[in-house]
Each structure stands twice: as structure tokens, then as C-alpha cells.
Design a binder for this molecule. Structure first.
Ligand code: IMP
Ligand code: MG
Length: 182
């Protein structure tokens, strides 16, 4: 994707949906909750690349107990209506997760297909426990039955950008969540 000018790029940012302040407050609270719930337990935060990189960076700094971080990348193929077997792990964790309480850190749950598959795959590795925290949840778009243990914000069915989320690989660095101008 290419933009004619920076002005053309900026015009794609329709309106701010979640401000920097709102993000900071919610992430701080989530970090405090995690620190309380996982106290004394070996905790591994697993970021699903790339969209969750900023959320992970801020969340991990809001967690005050010892924890490790890991990364995974998944590619989804959903051109047709099949709802399983279409997720490929393109980058896998280095850790043997059977020794950890795993908390998956995701940017957004849309149809739910990617995370439903990732969770199914990680369960087979027998972590001590497995939960999912997502920054955003778009429940109206769900096509598979999937629910995060924690969702910081529930949003309507709009394509959103910023704070790690992209459109055509752009806009990830916006410090807020904005609605994309189609
Ligand atoms: P799902 O498998 O449909 O739940 O899709 C999950 C992935 O699609 C997310 O991890 C995002 O990378 C991407 N995605 C879904 N909705 C949006 C959006 O509104 N903005 C940016 N990326 C999105
Ligand atoms: Mg993602």
C-alpha cells in the first residue's frame, strides 16, 4: 500500500475511538490484576505478532511480578468457510510451556478463528494453565464460539488502527485506537 502524501495518510484516520489516557488506565489496571492473580506462579506472557506488540510492551511494564515473555506469529487462511485447520504458526515459542501458566496477549478478537486455533494448539502442549487477554473485542463479527478471559474494550464492527493494529502494515505506531476511513 502506498500513500500520495502524508496528508492522504492522515485522512485515513477517521476519528479516535480510544484515547491514550483510556488505554493507559485500562492497561495499568490489567497489569495490576495479572500481578495479583499470578503472584508466586511461573508466568509466561505470549504475544501474538505483530498486532499485539505495543499492548505487550505496555502490559509487561504494568506487571509487577516476575514473568517471562514469548512470541508467536500465526497466519490465517480463511478464503472459504472452513473454520478450522487453516491457521499456520509461522513463528513459534522458544519455551516449553508445560512449565508455565500461559497468558496469551492479543490485539483484537474479530471472527475468533485465529485465537480458537492457537488456543487449541497450545493446549496440546499442556501448560499449567492457559488464558487469553485481548485489548479489543469485536463480538458482532464472531463466526466461531470464542471468548477471551479478559477483554479491555468491546468495540462495534468498525475496522480500527493504531496501538499496534494496522491497515496494510501502516498506522501501527498511532498512540491511540482510531477508526479507519474506508
Ligand atoms: P480473527 O481470526 O478474525 O479473530 O482475526 C484476528 C486478526 O485479524 C487480529 O489479530 C488482527 O490482526 C486482524 N484484525 C481483525 N480486525 C481488525 C481491525 O479492526 N483492525 C486491524 N486488524 C484487525
Ligand atoms: Mg493479531
Amino acid at each position: 500500500m502506498q500513500f500520495e502524501s502524508t496528508d492522504a495518510y492522515r485522512k485515513k484516520i477517521r476519528r479516535i475511538l480510544i484515547t491514550e489516557d483510556e488505554l493507559r488506565t485500562a492497561v495499568q489496571k490489567a497489569g495490576a490484576d495479572i500481578s495479583r492473580e499470578y503472584e508466586g506462579k511461573p508466568l509466561l506472557l505470549v504475544s501474538i505478532l505483530k498486532g499485539s506488540y505495543i499492548f505487550l510492551a505496555d502490559l509487561s511494564r504494568a506487571v509487577t511480578i516476575p514473568c517471562e515473555i514469548g512470541f508467536m506469529a500465526a497466519k490465517s487462511y480463511f478464503e472459504d468457510t472452513r473454520s478450522s485447520g487453516s491457521v499456520e504458526i509461522t513463528y513459534d515459542l522458544m519455551q516449553d510451556i508445560s512449565q508455565y501458566h500461559v497468558l496469551i496477549v492479543e490485539d483484537i478478537i474479530d471472527t475468533g478463528r485465529t485465537l480458537a486455533e492457537v488456543v487449541r494448539m497450545l493446549r496440546e502442549r499442556h501448560p499449567l494453565s492457559l488464558r487469553v487477554i485481548t485489548l479489543l473485542d469485536k463480538p458482532e463479527r464472531r463466526v466461531v464460539d470464542f471468548k477471551a478471559d479478559t477483554a479491555l474494550f468491546t468495540i462495534p464492527d468498525h475496522f480500527v488502527i493504531g496501538y499496534g493494529l494496522d491497515y496494510g502494515e501502516y498506522f501501527r505506531g498511532l498512540p491511540y485506537i482510531a477508526e479507519f476511513q474506508e
